[in-house]
Design a protein around this ligand. Structure first.
Ligand SMILES: Nc1ncnc2c1ncn2[C@@H]1O[C@H](COP(=O)(O)OP(=O)(O)OP(=O)(O)O)[C@@H](O)[C@H]1O
Ligand SMILES: [Mg+2]
Length: 228
């Protein structure tokens, strides 16, 4: 048995990621501490989404080791993927909300799928809706919400299972600067108040200035430390 260092939510050694025979990322080494907030930057096509896909179990490792929330991704069986995904929260640029369900039903859908105790579901929905400031929007359908509200709802969905890690792929990519700040405050509070580690891919250098934190950059297939 190899030792797992439990002070890290992500611990990656010598990882390669390929699409078919084509390498996208090579020899990646990266650690993310518990309760740390890290930005992932890099030009379009540099592999940010591919890297994040691997972290949520949607992209196999070609080589190397990756432990995420203590789980060895190189040994993760497809049949255990749903259990693993309960330990992490995911937020995407295009929200990925279910359009035919209300805000509360979107959350309940996840609670059901993750077998959250039925008697506690409503209280959990109330808690996360309140936390993201959507307590008056339980019955709204996603398309009745503004872009910023839809993204707040997807943050609420991501924290339903109290994850140790949030992975966000350009979560403000579809939002104007005002809504971007709103969502960034939410991620920042999530990190500071709830102690959730955050790995957030972005193109938007304005938010790096306004909400400074550690930055890592993907370039020419490698991961480089930009600043602390
Ligand atoms: N499903 C796929 N099959 C084959 N190649 C892919 C696939 N998805 C992405 N790629 C390639 O892998 C490389 C990395 O893509 P990726 O989407 O990870 O970049 P990115 O940094 O997220 O870019 P963006 O900033 O535009 O979102 C690119 O060269 C892309 O063309
Ligand atoms: Mg991308």
């Amino acid at each position: 048995m190899e030792e797992i260092d439990s002070s890290y939510v992500i611990d990656i050694h010598g990882m390669d990621l390929y699409y078919g025979n084509i390498p996208v990322l090579t020899d990646i080494n990266f650690k993310l501490r518990k309760s740390e907030f890290v930005y992932l930057v890099g030009f379009t096509g540099s592999g940010k989404s591919t890297f994040l896909k691997c972290l949520y179990g949607a992209q196999p490792l070609k080589r190397g080791k990756a432990w995420v929330t203590g789980v060895d991704l190189s040994r993760l069986k497809p049949s255990k993927l749903h259990l693993y995904r309960r330990k992490i929260g995911m937020v995407f640029q295009d929200f990925k909300l279910l359009p035919d369900l209300t805000a509360a039903q979107n959350l309940n859908f996840v609670l059901k799928a993750t077998r959250y105790p039925k008697s506690e579901r409503q209280a959990k929905i109330n808690e996360v809706m309140q936390w993201v400031g959507l307590e008056h929007k339980h019955k709204a359908y996603p398309l009745m919400l503004s872009g910023g509200e839809q993204q707040r709802l997807s943050v609420a969905r991501a924290i339903l299972n109290d994850p140790d890690l949030i992975i966000a792929d350009e979560p403000t990519g579809n939002l104007d600067p005002y809504m971007t700040d709103e969502i960034m405050y939410l991620f920042s509070r999530l990190n500071k108040e709830r102690g959730t580690a955050v790995l957030l891919a972005t193109h938007d250098y304005r938010i790096l200035d306004k909400f400074p934190s550690r930055i890592v950059k993907l370039e020419e297939g490698e991961l480089r430390e930009e600043s602390q």
